[in-house]
Design a protein around this ligand. Sequence first.
Ligand code: NDP
Length: 286
Amino acid sequence: MSATIIDGKAVAAALRATVAARVATLDFQPGLAVVLVGDDPASTVYVRNKDRAAAAAGIAARTIRLPADTTQAALLAQVGALNADDTVDGILVQLPLPPGIDPRAVIEAIDPAKDVDGFHPINVGRLADGLPTLAPCTPTGVMRLLAAAGISPRGARALVIGRSSIVGKPMAALLLAADATVTIAHSRTRDLPGECRRAEIVIAATGRPEMVRADWIAPGATVIDVGINRLADGRLAGDVAFEECRAVAGAITPVPGGVGPMTIACLLENTLTAAIARRGVPPAGD
Ligand code: NDP
């Protein structure tokens, strides 16, 4: 058996088109402000891609570039100005931040109604409580991929490997909200291969290249690979040994071209959601 490959590029393109179509019906232009401190090369590329995707969806994207020696006070003042700017619906401060700036303080300064990354404690709490909220983009993207592939988490045993605040924990919360039976594994988990073999849906988010092996996967299971790892030879690899696992899994995401493209598409969707909620526009179809 060879797994169905879940095409993240196609699902992301469809979601971006849906967002663009909805934006086109609005009598205002949603605004997204991205704050980039310093010149981390990966962040610079990522921010440029966000700008392009936002513009293509009809969202007014603005990038505020601050020097690497920006103080925390200056960054907090910038966030405050964006909170007060009525043309800005979404604020994203690109992580990681340079040493000397506490990312928690910055995240907590963002107006929760404009927190399109879904990292503010109010939005984290709402998600944990199963309430509608701005949820983090990467795990939301995974949920969209599962839906597009026709894989329902309801009642399924789902294993999330990784417990970070940006992927693992919100991923588990979203799966729970979708009625999965969720287990969260991490570096101290005693029998990770055994936990994996019991799962019908495996989400790998560890940053350990090709850690998940074929003999960890139950035949027919769904395997979603969040990992993006640059190998010594320059290749990109996920957290899953793709070639061997695809022979066992029922459905699997590739790296690149799986979860990666969904993150920006879900950022656009969150910006639209925030804009509609802030400006009191009725939901689509009303
Ligand atoms: P973090 O480093 O913050 O978290 C990694 C998690 O994996 C931790 O909870 C850690 O456990 C766990 N872990 C590490 N090693 C093992 C192991 N050997 N066995 C079991 N668990 C382990 O990473 P992120 O959550 O930020 O990112 C995870 C991956 O996803 C990375 O490859 C990253 O590049 C990628 N990513 C991709 C995105 C996308 O758009 N597709 C967006 C964000 C991230 P512990 O808590 O015990 O230390």
